[in-house]
Design a protein around this ligand. Structure first.
Ligand code: GLN
Length: 496
């Protein structure tokens, strides 16, 4: 079969020109999945029959003169987002066998745009994690080095996009779960503003922080996917009833006069030297492209981690209360009702249990004010830091993660070191900002490094354009990992 286009945008125009068909593009992806995904393990479920049916329909629609923003484009969906008729596990045994009877809002939007859904990608259990090692099923591998994690929790989506096993993918980002894996896998990942996209049909982790995000191999690809899913929906009362701008039109590549803030608190001890060098070089590049660089301060940054690990587990402990063996997924029948609930809830993995305990403690009578209440107050200070910064700058530039992808197993037994993987991403979720990660180089082991660009509330167009300008001016975008064409063969080559 002839080689299919590399980027989503290229595929879309090839489909429009009649140079390929959705069936051919979808089949090519499914073939690659069969060939590669035994090594990478990015998918939990492959919805191949559904995908080919959708591809045929897309081709028919096109033959009838119709078009759509993603008509015929194969996309992957994180397995925490409901797709009607396909299993949705959220990476947990407690949802094994759960088949939602409805599509999430974002999946409805994908379908309206004409997308083809290839399958459901691996995730840390209930999106709690930074490596996919907390998935109850298996760990996804980083396509750049199969011995390393792809990041998480949306590690399956990031790896699938990096390894060309999908033209784009949806993830969710509660504390960094789109940006951090994007950084580890050398792809673009956007975490929009809280409320920009309805979360209806997305399994809840921490409701005041969760948001759906988009992965692409290039900025334009991630933009096209984001454009298709953005929007208000009355079924999610936190979604914002504001118009969706034309994000693609904002990608002019012109950033002359753009004010870029560089926060002192994000270049701290513990950050890998090669990451710091690459990110500083990226900031210098933005300046060369006409941006003005301003040192700024986000003074409450050091509280982001403790605040997040009070608020997120508190909300998680409430959200996970619904898995009782009655309403969803499996039921382990015990002696009586309480015993049944107990035994069923034993299906939660260790990290979910840890969070339920932390959260229940933080919310318990007598401790509520001292922990949860105080965390909410400090969250307001963190938010205020960003609002103050955005009075003088348009964009904040910093690393996405302090390190490149770590080895599988290295942090699995040390929750704190795992939590530190998101030290630079958490504040975006705690404030009302949006953020993205765009590739900005490689370390000496050939692992990708990500530049994080943060924007004020609903300023996705600004950060996407800054990332686009940067990507166009550098060579880091749209690189193929060694393993993308044949993980096994190239793995051997890299050892030789
Ligand atoms: N790694 C963070 C956590 O474990 C963030 C996860 C996420 O964004 N879903 O909570």
């Amino acid at each position: 079969m002839k080689e299919q286009p590399f980027t989503l945008i290229q595929l879309r125009s090839a489909l429009r020109q009649g140079e390929t068909s959705s069936v051919a593009a979808t089949q090519a992806m499914l073939d690659r999945i069969v060939e590669q995904d035994n090594d990478i393990k990015s998918y939990l479920t492959i919805t191949d029959e559904l995908a080919l049916e959708q591809a045929e329909t897309a081709d028919q629609r096109r033959a009838n003169g119709e078009d759509g923003p993603l008509l015929g484009v194969p996309i992957a969906v994180k397995d925490i987002i409901c797709v009607a008729g396909a299993p949705t596990t959220a990476g947990s045994k407690i949802l094994e066998g759960f088949i939602p009877p409805y599509d999430a809002f974002v999946v409805q939007k994908l379908k309206e745009a004409g997308a083809v859904i290839l399958g459901k990608t691996n995730t840390d259990e209930f999106a709690m994690g930074s490596s996919t090692e907390n998935s109850a099923y298996f760990t996804t591998r980083n396509p750049w080095d199969l011995e390393r994690v792809p990041g998480g929790s949306s590690g399956g989506s990031a790896a699938a996009v990096a390894a060309e096993l999908a033209y784009g993918a949806l993830g969710t980002d509660t504390g960094g779960s789109v940006r951090q894996p994007a950084s580890f896998c050398g792809v673009v990942g956007l975490r929009p503003t809280y409320g920009r996209i309805s979360r209806w049909g997305v399994v809840a982790f921490a409701s005041s922080l969760d948001q759906v995000g988009a992965f692409g191999r290039t900025v334009a690809d991630a933009t096209a996917l984001f454009q298709a899913i953005a929007g208000y929906d009355r079924r999610d009362s936190t979604s914002l009833n504001v118009p969706v701008p034309d994000y693609a039109a904002a990608l002019t590549g012109d950033i002359k006069g753009l004010k870029v803030g560089v926060p002192a608190e994000y270049f701290i001890e513990g950050i890998e030297a090669e990451v710091e060098t690459a990110v500083r070089a990226a900031i210098a590049k933005l300046e060369e492209l006409g941006a003005e660089i301003h040192p700024i301060s986000l003074p409450h940054t050091r509280y982001a981690l403790p605040v997040y690990y009070l608020i997120a587990p508190a909300e998680a402990s409430a959200n996970l209360g619904r898995y009782d063996g009655v309403r969803y997924g499996p039921r382990i029948a015990g002696a009586d009702m309480i015993d049944t609930v107990k035994q069923t809830r034993a299906l939660f993995g260790p990290e979910a249990k840890r969070r339920i305990m932390l959260g229940t403690y933080a919310l318990s009578a007598g401790y509520y004010e001292a922990y949860y209440g105080r965390a909410l107050k400090v969250r307001t200070l963190i938010k205020q830091d960003f609002l103050n910064a955005f009075e003088s700058v348009d964009v904040i530039a910093c690393p996405t993660s302090p390190t490149t992808a770590f080895k599988i197993g290295d942090r699995a037994d040390d929750p704190l070191s795992m939590y530190l993987a998101d030290i630079f991403t958490l504040s975006v979720n705690l404030s009302a900002s949006c953020g993205l990660s765009v590739p900005c180089g490689f370390d000496s082991s050939g692992l990708p490094i990500g530049l994080q660009l943060i924007g004020n509330t609903l300023q996705e167009a600004t950060i996407l354009n800054a990332a686009f300008a940067y990507e166009q001016a550098t060579e880091w975008g749209g690189k193929r990992p060694l393993g993308a064409n044949s993980a096994k063969i190239d793995k051997k080559l890299s050892i030789l």
